[in-house]
Design a binder for this molecule. Structure first.
Ligand code: ZN
Length: 340
């Protein structure tokens, strides 16, 4: 998978003219300049999260008929029956979920190795940022054996709950992805090729844009970069304080403005910035950041599947400004294979 070399016919400005000043935690973990401190920075996009996006992309857009009528993440756990267990051919379990569940097990097995050798600097080095931080804390604690056992139990629970507390709940007709599929007032075919219907200016699409700080004049910045002012936004337009504290503001992830970004526009009329972070992008929405066990929101799920339909880890832009590739890279391909 790679970025297209040809200019995007929908967009009107060369990406090379836009500034790219992201903080060091925005880089890939494999980049030598990457620097991350879990005590001050927002949570990393963990390897399993990059992988789940890849898994969803590989599967492509899920057919609407595979969505559940409804699902409660609060009344189900890993001891419950698979909600698609009796669904049959008309309502098959989404490939995206099958891929993700396989990866979750695989990652869990890989981390067994980390836990068995946790007190080794080279192992700590390989662990995701949060886990590496915990290993260091535990090493300095009074009872490291108990500490590492507790951490292992918590980590296992986190992985095992992922489908039940988060991923399954995305695949419902009554909310989540169901909100992002064209609803009854729009034509939608369950059996035809659905991509064009789920990815257009009336449903879900991605806009390349420039964010400026709240004291800047968007018209002036548009003139400086010779772009349409319709695609230049003040950061405060995405503050959304009325949506609750969990939602992240762009300036929590972006150090310097003006900054090129991708804005996701969704079929339920919501609009969120996808913020560059630890090798990929994170949606700023409230749902995603409200609970630590939520590794994906419906916007990231839809974005992953649409990126996959376009054969790439890069978000397909159909509106706005041609932003640098890093700004539209949804997941880090170097993070999806943890054995390398
Ligand atoms: Zn979201």
């Amino acid at each position: 998978m790679s970025s297209a070399d040809d200019p995007n016919p929908y967009l009107d400005n060369p990406a090379s003219e836009l500034p790219l000043n992201f903080p060091k935690p925005s880089l890939s973990r494999k980049n030598p300049l990457y620097e991350y401190d879990p005590t001050i920075h927002a949570p990393e996009i963990e390897p399993i999260e990059h992988r789940i996006r890849y898994d969803f992309a590989k599967a492509g857009l899920t057919m609407k008929m595979s969505l559940l009528e409804s699902y409660s993440p609060y009344n189900n756990d890993s001891s419950s029956e698979d909600p698609w267990a009796n669904s049959g051919d008309l309502n098959p379990k989404p490939e995206a979920l099958k891929n993700a569940e396989f990866s979750i097990q695989d990652r869990l097995e890989y981390e067994e190795h980390l836990f068995e050798n946790w007190d080794d600097d080279s192992v700590i080095e390989k662990a995701p940022g949060y886990l590496a931080h915990r290993f260091r804390e535990i090493r300095d604690s009074d009872n490291p054996e108990e500490g590492v056992q507790n951490e292992r139990a918590n980590r296992t629970y986190w992985y095992e709950q992922m489908p039940w507390s988060n991923l399954y709940a995305l695949f419902t007709k009554d909310s989540s992805l169901g909100d992002l599929y064209p609803s009854s007032h729009r034509q939608y075919s369950d059996t035809g090729k659905p991509v064009d219907e789920a990815h257009n200016k009336h449903t879900n699409y991605f806009e390349g844009a420039i964010l400026v700080d709240n004291n800047s004049d968007p018209e002036k910045v548009a003139e400086d970069f010779d772009v349409d002012p319709d695609h230049v936004y003040r950061e405060e337009e995405f503050n959304y304080t009325h949506k609750g504290d969990a939602l992240v503001r762009p300036d929590e992830y972006i150090e310097a403005f003006p900054a090129p970004v991708v804005i996701g526009h969704y079929a339920n009329d919501s609009e969120y910035v996808l913020l560059p972070w630890t090798g990929g992008l994170t949606c700023q929405c409230h749902y995603k950041h409200e609970k630590p066990f939520r590794v994906m929101c419906k916007h990231e799920a839809m974005a992953s599947m649409l990126a996959g339909e376009h054969g790439s880890e890069y978000l397909p832009l159909t509106e706005g400004i041609d932003v640098p590739d890093r700004v539209r890279r949804l997941y880090d391909p170097l993070a999806i294979d943890w054995t390398s």
